[in-house]
Design a protein around this ligand. Structure first.
Ligand SMILES: Cc1ncc(COP(=O)(O)O)c(C=O)c1O
Length: 477
């Protein structure tokens, strides 16, 4: 696939997704609210991601971050294309095992998370050992990203008990100064809860060619006693029960400031080099986590995946290292692969002259990100679209969910009382029975949603590559 698919286009005054008429083929058959995923769109995103990174640095593996969408049929589309998965729980590990069996393909997993129960650690260490695919000399690996000193000790204890060596990466936090307001899911900021902080930044500053590097890094005024990356790396290297494969880092999710990527890549590649020099050997992996952003609204400024990949490869060559790279990604692969289709139940006036459309969905049950993460999704009218009115978006409506709850609105509540920002523009006025579609709804949404107010969770359907439409719902395995 080299050309971008026209994923959303208008035919016969109706919005189509991946060639499928959303009114006739989805709403009429499955009702609403319904999530619709497209196999073609997911594959396209994965292909774009892979091409961006491998064209800059060929030794790159994409790892799918299952937590963002662990529906079996979605993960299965992805498992056909890649060999690595990033997981955080036993349920996700079992999913990867099943995907491997189903596809008759050895898959590797990297298990992150700040706490891992003993049973999970044992399963990761043993991951793939029962698989008949081992016979093909293509072993599956379970790799653990160590998140703290105690986490390392737990992994070491379990590996010793199993009389094995656990494959580990040490997850480090470069302490990049980031605006938490603008990057709500930031992770590698100075006092983040995940990962181990790099204690000694002076050698990194000395090696850096960037004059402002020290402004971007935390001034280490407090010196951690044991929870710091350098010590954990040294002890992991010396442990009889740990096989230290490299370094892991994760900047955050939906990071939209390219400078954060530049700094993260610079610090982590230089740290990787310094640690290789200190241990006197080369590591195997540099895992750079996820965070590769999606453009949610027309006005949002988002760096392209190519810009990010160029920055990464430049930093790798400047640091003169040659790791196997792992790029973990969830959102970039699934977000635009999924839409949420909803119908207007009724319309009403509000006392200040505004117009409210009550949808058949609820933000709690169907799109919790709006409340939990104040996410602004782009929403379009689906049916009876006026001809040639692409640019004439002048009918303003306030879209709300159908529970009594104040937070149940399609725009996050704006505490500044800015009424305009609560409105959505459409090419004509909305009416009961109209359909609207929420774009880029494929990432995180289907796993966040709750059953608040006794509402069932929405249907989930998949448009397969041959345009067959299939109900997939939340089947995890
Ligand atoms: C360690 C780790 N890797 C990867 C991801 C996936 O991030 P994204 O979905 O933004 O690519 C996350 C999510 O925050 C994460 O915590």
């Amino acid at each position: 696939m080299s050309e971008k698919l026209p994923l959303l286009d208008i035919k016969e005054n109706t919005l189509h997704f991946d060639g499928v008429n959303l009114v006739q083929n989805i709403a009429a058959k499955y009702g609403t609210p319904t999530y619709i995923f497209s196999e073609n769109a997911i594959k396209q995103n994965l292909h774009d991601l892979q091409t961006a990174f491998t064209s800059q640095y060929s030794q790159t593996e994409i790892a799918y971050s299952t937590k963002n969408n662990m529906i079996f049929d979605i993960s299965s589309i992805i498992a056909e294309e890649i060999n690595f998965f990033e997981t955080t729980s036993l349920a996700e590990l079992i999913l990867v095992e099943k995907l491997s069996q189903q596809n008759n393909k050895p898959l590797n997993l990297i298990s992150t998370n700040l706490f891992k129960p003993d049973g999970l650690i044992a399963q990761i260490i043993n991951f793939g050992s029962q698989s008949t695919l081992d016979a093909k000399n293509n072993k599956m690996s379970g790799i653990i990203a160590i998140d703290s000193y105690q986490d390392m000790k737990n992994v070491e204890r379990i590996a010793k008990k199993l009389n094995k060596k656990a494959k580990v990466l040490v997850r480090v936090n470069p302490g990049i100064q980031m605006s938490r307001e603008k990057t709500i899911f930031a992770s590698a900021y100075p006092d983040a809860k995940c990962s181990t902080i790099i204690k000694d930044i002076q050698p990194i500053i000395d090696l850096s060619q960037n004059e402002s590097i020290d402004e971007w890094l935390l001034k280490r005024t407090h010196s951690p006693k044991y929870d710091f990356a350098e010590r954990i790396i040294q002890e992991a290297e010396e442990s009889k029960h740990l096989d230290l494969l490299g370094i892991h880092g994760h900047l955050g999710s939906q990071v939209t400031n390219i400078d954060y990527f530049h700094h993260f890549f610079e610090v982590i590649t230089l740290f990787y080099k310094l640690m290789e020099e200190k241990l006197g050997r080369n590591f195997t992996y540099l895992d750079l986590g996820g965070g590769y952003p999606v453009q949610y609204s027309k006005t949002e400024q988002v760096p392209s995946i190519n810009e990010i990949a160029v920055s990464l490869s430049q930093n790798i060559s400047r640091a003169k290292i040659a790791p196997h790279l792992i790029i973990e990604s969830g959102r970039y692969i699934t977000a635009s692969g999924g839409l949420l289709l909803s119908q207007v139940n009724l319309t009403k006036e509000n006392p200040s002259g505004g117009k409210i459309a009550v949808l058949d969905m609820s933000a709690y049950g169907d799109l919790l990100d709006v409340i939990a993460a104040k996410w602004h999704f782009d929403i379009s009218l689906v049916n009876d679209l006026p001809v040639g009115t692409d640019s004439a978006n002048k009918f303003n409506w306030d879209l709300v969910g159908s529970t009594n709850d104040t937070l149940d609105q399609l725009n996050p509540i704006d505490n500044s009382d800015n009424l305009d920002s609560d409105l959505r523009s459409f090419p004509r006025d909305l009416e009961p029975k109209d359909f609207v579609v929420i774009k880029n709804a494929g990432a995180y949404t289907t796993c966040f949603n709750s059953n608040y107010c006794g509402r069932p969770k929405p249907m989930i359907v998949l448009i397969e590559k041959d345009k067959n439409i299939r109900l997939i719902n939340r089947n995890y395995w």
